[in-house]
Design a protein around this ligand. Structure first.
Ligand code: AMP
Length: 208
């Protein structure tokens, strides 16, 4: 299965992708996670990405497209993938289409997790991640267990002023991709409001 997960920052893409992976046995390709790993490792890619990420801007297309092209060539991506946070611009969507065509494979669907802007800031500002497992929590809606509460961290780009920039980037640069996939009959919209379990059930119903 080859799927794209779309939706504004904080829609629940990362949480839902992690829940679906075991069910479908495909690899999770999150460009945000790849950039964060590069930042942590202090590589030249990480240094370049960090400047854009901390401002809430997108990393330039040439960098992002090169990274994903390489990732899609890895053996684990041949069985299928769940793309989370890519493509985020029209040129990225075009580059993905060209890469898949060259491999003779096609996308099965584009899942758009819908969450109105009014909910996004509260969702993101309360988001915390367990650095040891990568599990995502929310201080109010899904608090981390007491045993790990002291070690969870907040992403730097989850500060409120950065979130507003990221949301603006989503509407300006990423939302215009949806009609492109819609014209190909690939889009399924899923209501991203409610508990993580409720959203997972909706996604499973759509995928079934
Ligand atoms: P995410 O974890 O998906 O919210 O991504 C965090 C940040 O990484 C974004 O705000 C961007 O700065 C950068 N990023 C992730 N994916 C992409 C992409 N496909 N294109 C450009 N920048 C990206």
């Amino acid at each position: 299965m080859r799927l794209i997960f779309m939706g504004p920052p904080g829609a629940g893409k990362g949480t839902q992708a992690a829940r679906l992976l075991s069910a479908f046995g495909v690899c999770h390709i999150s460009t945000g996670d790849m950039f964060r790993a590069a930042v942590k490792a202090g590589t030249p890619l990480g240094l370049q990405a960090q400047r854009h990420m901390s401002a809430g801007e997108l990393v330039p297309d040439a960098v992002t497209i090169g990274l994903v092209r390489e990732r899609l060539k890895q053996p684990d991506a041949q069985r299928g993938f769940l793309l989370d946070g890519f493509p985020r611009t029209v040129p990225q969507a075009e580059a993905l289409a060209a890469a898949l065509e060259a491999d003779g494979v096609a996308l099965d669907g584009v899942l758009v997790l819908e969450v109105p802007d009014a909910y996004i800031v509260e969702r993101i500002v309360g988001r915390r991640t367990d650095p040891e497992t990568g599990t995502i929590y929310h201080v109010r809606f899904d608090p981390p267990p007491a045993a790990i509460a002291a070690r969870v961290v907040q992403r730097k780009d989850d500060a409120e002023e950065v979130v507003r920039e990221r949301l603006a980037a989503y509407h300006a640069q990423t939302a215009p991709i949806v009609p492109i996939y819609e014209a190909r009959g690939l889009v399924r919209r899923v209501d991203g409001l409610g508990t993580p379990d409720e959203v997972t059930a909706r996604i499973q119903a759509v995928l079934a």
